[in-house]
Design a protein around this ligand. Sequence first.
Ligand SMILES: *Cc1c(COP(=O)(O)O)cnc(C)c1O
Length: 453
Amino acid sequence: MSDPRRTLPAVDALLAEPDVAALLATHPRALVVRAVRDTLEAARADGGAVPRAGWPRAIAARAARLAAPSLAGVVNATGVVLHTNLGRAVLARAAADALARVAAGYVALEYDLERGTRGSRHRLCRDLLVELTGAEDALVVNNAAAALLLALSALARRGEAIVSRGELIEIGGQFRIPDILARSGATLIEVGTTNRTHRDDYVAAIGPATRLLVKVHRSNFQVTGFTAEVGAVEVAAVGRARHVPTLYDLGSGLLLDLSPWGLSGEPGIRDAVASGVDAVVCSGDKLLGGPQAGILLGSAAVVAACRGDPIARAVRADKFTLAALEATLALYRDPETARREIPVLKMLTEDVEEIRRRAEALRRGVGEVAEVVEGESEVGGGSFPGAKLPTWLVRLVPDTQHLTPDTLEARLREGDPPVVARIEADRVVLDARTILPSQEDVVIRAVRRAVDG
Ligand SMILES: *Cc1c(COP(=O)(O)O)cnc(C)c1O
């Protein structure tokens, strides 16, 4: 009888507590009941102990957590611009506005307003993509992985697809080129070696069953040393000479030359299209800086084949994707506007003195426990692997006897809003590059709270 678990209060008794009943004014009853049950469950797991804060406060805290959106906004202080775990690209104002507009009312998604008849959703971004990339035709789907699956299914199903061994990569999140190829119904024919593949390797592998030559951009790692790869221009030439279609999985979709800002080596979309391959696949939310989307560019025949494949329906883009992508693409009509308005491009090309000024402002706000030091940011999102961007960091230097870097990092992460920072040389650092200017005040407050405990 001494087991305290038996003496836990009943759900109804807790619901009748005035401070718990008061929660019903701001939360649905079902949520409050769940908060009570969860709190009881936690107490039971804790050996039947009364919550340290007391029942009403513990229940209120749990109710608040249950009511909060699970996709909480966070501050990205990591300096990784395209942070896949933090949602990759932050959208341009115009794209966010387009999303809100589309969400709140009906839209002419598949409706031809001139004729008053059914139209195509694919027309929406198509014209802009054709204009900006020089491709003959274009199709937008859910993400680049889906675009690749669709293209492989439409172009190589029941046949052979030839890929260089050096390009059989894993993108992350269980996504491997050989697996996706197998799912598409194509048979993979590997050519070359891990470090070197030559034009003649492709030529020798082409046979009666060959349906497609595939080139994959090794987007997330670097190879150095004794290496050789066959460029898209050459792969396209081999395909043309042997009447075999060619596909180039570009990964990140770069539509603005970033080499003046020290970022080179990532193939651009226009160059990929101009290489002469029949189809190019890239992402909407990496370097392009738009919403999650897969962009398929290519010849009229290839895009028509993809549009007609059953997988196209299963991976079709929704109205939000199309609206946000269209608004993002429209900004590229003027490269300087794109660079200024698209957050990914703005962060990647920001003047380092401007970053320093923002870091100094943060430091002044935070006070004595912070100092400004030089550091490096990363592009992230499997783009420009190895590239380091000079930046300025706010380094937090509280007395480590009382506050270890791990504890401070965790407090920042668990704060409201959560601030995701990184630890470098045993100190928590905040990279001013990826902290949005509008977040400066909340970051200062969050850091002060975390430091003061
Ligand atoms: C990122 C990437 C993909 C997948 O793109 P998602 O838009 O995330 O689906 C495919 N191929 C390459 C080479 C990539 O880098």
